[in-house]
Each structure stands twice: as structure tokens, then as C-alpha cells.
Design a protein. Structure first.
Lengths: 123, 112
């Protein structure tokens, strides 16, 4: 079955960097875009970034101000989120999610599989 | 970052019909972008419930339905069950931002 497993979260000091990973299995990774979505404690969902199936297109939430970078390694079926200059406002559970559409650039049409999330605490 | 507007909480008795609304603007839902709905059970990851405004992924019970009109969308649950108690989020796309996916603030459904 399709599985997404995030890792790399933990406690990090303000101003430092952290890299999250999302290992996938059960589907043709190279044919789907991948997202990161976060959820601050007691708050709603906030979209963070997306990378297209071919890695050519990357989009980010404006609020991140260029501090985060999404990337993918198709040989490892893994997507990454590099987080730089973190602040307390970045404290959240970070989910990776698979785009619903096969080989599509219309990344806003839904995320059909989600990982269990990895917590990031900036303190 | 802009956000779609959802009522923070809604409640319904077991077996009743409940609707959850999601209001956008002319730059997102009103511009023709499709709406998705996600269910998040307590302590769990979100789950896709509705995509493309009104389509259900396989495995989602048919008591869940979605609709869209103008700048708003709705999720209806007919015959609400105790296991439906969860947070529900709508999601779309905002063309006024640089390629931004947007979510609603979420609605907490309480089953009485």
C-alpha cells in the first residue's frame, strides 16, 4: 500500500537549520508531485510547498520568505524540506502529502495520501 | 497568506444532516478553482474526503457529499455518525498569490 514516512523533526534553536525527509513506497514516486503541509499546535493546516513530479517546478507559501527549500531524490523515492533561519512561528507538525494527479502540474487539485507527520519545535 | 473562511464549529445529532461551509473570493473559488475537503480525526493526519468539488475517493462513504456555487463550497454529511466527529478543512488555490494552495481555517464537528 501507499506509505509516506516523515523523519528529521525535533527540537531546534531559533536561527538554526533543519532538514525533514519523507520516504515513500507503494506508488511510482517519479510520477507524482509532493507537498509539505504544516500544522501549528491547536491550529489549522497551512500549505508550505510543492515540487512537481519532474522536479522542474517548485512553489512555496509567501509567508516563508524564501527560508525553506523543497527537493526530491527519485532514486531514493524521498522528498525533502530544508528549513533555514527557523523561528518560533515554524513550530508545528510537518506532513508530507502525495499529489492526487499523475504527471500533472495542477498541484492544487488535492493531496490523496498523507504521512503521519514529524514534529518540529523551535526553542 | 489568505485563507478560506469556515465556521469554527458545528454540531448535529446522530443521524441528522450537517453542512459545513467554505467561503472564498473571486481570486480562488470564484475564479473556478476546484475545492477539496479533508477530514482530520483527533490525533491523526488529514484524509482526503472530497476532490474536484464533488467527487469522492474510493472508500469514502456516500453520506459525504460536496458542492460549489459562486465563491463558496459546502460539505454535507447525511446521517452523521459518531465516528464523523472530527475537524474538516476545505482547500483550493489562490491565483492572487504566487502559486499558493490555500486551506480554510477548519470546522470542528461535534456529534451530539
Amino acid at each position: 500500500q501507499v506509505q509516506l514516512v516523515e523523519s528529521g523533526g525535533g527540537v531546534v534553536q531559533p536561527g538554526r537549520s533543519l532538514r525533514l525527509s519523507c520516504a515513500t513506497s507503494g506508488f511510482t514516486f517519479s510520477s507524482f508531485g509532493m507537498h509539505w503541509v504544516r500544522q501549528a499546535p491547536g491550529k489549522g493546516l497551512e500549505w508550505v510547498a510543492v515540487i512537481s513530479y519532474d522536479g522542474n517546478n517548485k512553489y512555496y507559501a509567501d509567508s516563508l520568505k524564501g527560508r525553506f527549500t523543497i527537493s526530491r531524490d527519485d532514486s531514493k523515492k524521498t522528498v525533502y524540506l530544508q528549513m533555514n533561519s527557523v523561528t518560533a512561528e515554524d513550530t508545528a507538525v510537518y506532513y508530507c502529502a502525495k499529489d492526487r494527479e499523475w504527471r500533472s502540474y495542477y498541484y492544487y487539485r488535492g493531496m490523496d495520501v498523507w504521512g503521519q507527520g514529524t514534529p518540529v519545535i523551535v526553542s | 497568506q489568505s485563507m478560506l473562511t469556515q465556521t469554527p464549529s458545528v454540531s448535529g445529532a446522530l443521524g441528522q444532516r450537517v453542512t459545513i461551509s467554505c467561503t472564498g473570493s473571486s481570486s480562488d473559488i470564484g475564479a473556478g478553482y476546484v475545492v477539496q475537503w479533508y477530514q482530520q480525526l483527533p490525533g491523526a493526519a488529514p484524509k482526503l474526503l472530497i476532490y474536484g468539488n464533488d467527487r469522492r475517493p474510493s472508500g469514502v462513504p456516500d453520506r459525504f457529499s460536496g458542492s460549489k456555487s459562486g465563491t463558496a463550497a459546502s460539505l454535507a454529511i447525511t446521517g452523521v455518525q459518531a465516528e464523523d466527529e472530527a475537524d474538516y478543512y476545505c482547500q483550493s488555490f489562490d491565483m492572487s498569490l504566487s502559486g499558493s494552495v490555500i486551506f480554510g481555517g477548519g470546522t470542528k464537528l461535534t456529534v451530539l
